[in-house]
Design a binder for this molecule. Structure first.
Ligand code: TMP
Length: 224
């Protein structure tokens, strides 16, 4: 049997990854394509995901008080708990669509470090998760790019409406700019990354329009 594919959606907060994941899974269902989804961190389903959620709320201190190498461990352990399922899905030929994966820890916690330590840290996170823990490598990463000012206004709206309170990153705009820069470096270095622009002429594109681009991109990459 042909091996499945691990497709990861990455992007800054407010870029609509989760909506796009839902739209894509509707299509996969309709096409009767065998698939599975993951959404990290798993705030409710896993003990380590819960721990990550508490950390993001600031329960263990502000962003400068958490050493990056330690702060990424709950996220990694959350994924570790799913490793056997994930390997099984891929062996069974499924398309696995993950909302965030290793890169999120690498860039969000890398952004906190002084510039000259970021590259080593990013490499360390990938080694820890994918070589030491043995999580599978991504076949394709789709980066949903939303300009920081538009993303920030969405985050502010969601927080003001009480839909989603800001996490410790969303409270720090400068850090989100660095996160974006680090994502850009990964895109430039890694051949399995693709970018979707979520805004055009400073307007956010409709979810349907972006969804169509996701489907076109997957078709080009041979994912059906
Ligand atoms: P979310 O808003 O998409 O739920 O993401 C929660 C935050 O956690 C976001 O700021 C990115 C960060 N994060 C990591 O640092 N490492 C990870 O592995 C994941 C999944 C998220």
């Amino acid at each position: 049997m042909q091996k499945g594919k691990l497709i990861v959606f990455e992007g800054t907060d407010g870029s609509g990854k989760r909506t796009q994941q839902a739209l894509l899974t509707d299509v996969l269902k309709r096409r009767q394509t065998p698939f599975a989804t993951m959404d990290f961190p798993r705030y409710k389903e896993s003990l380590f995901g819960q721990l990550a959620g508490r950390m993001l709320k600031g329960e263990f201190g502000g962003i400068d008080q958490l050493p990056s190498h330690l702060a990424v461990l709950p996220f990694a352990a959350d994924r570790w708990l799913l490793k056997q399922d994930l390997l099984g899905w891929l062996d069974a030929g499924k398309i696995v669509v993950s909302n965030r994966y290793t890169a999120s820890s690498a860039v969000y916690y890398g952004a906190k470090l002084p510039q000259d330590r970021r590259r080593d840290f990013i490499r360390w996170v990938y080694t820890m998760e994918q070589d030491v823990i043995g999580l599978p490598k991504e076949d394709l990463v789709i980066y949903f790019h939303l300009p920081t000012d538009l993303a920030q206004s969405l985050i502010n709206k969601r927080a003001a409406a009480g839909v989603q309170p800001k996490d410790i990153y969303e409270k720090n705009e400068q850090l989100l700019v660095t996160v974006e820069t680090l994502y850009r470096e990964l895109i430039a270095e890694r051949p399995n990354w693709r970018v979707i622009e979520c805004a055009k002429d400073n307007q956010i594109r409709t979810r349907e329009d972006i969804h169509k681009e996701v489907l076109d991109l997957l078709a080009t990459e041979g994912v059906r």
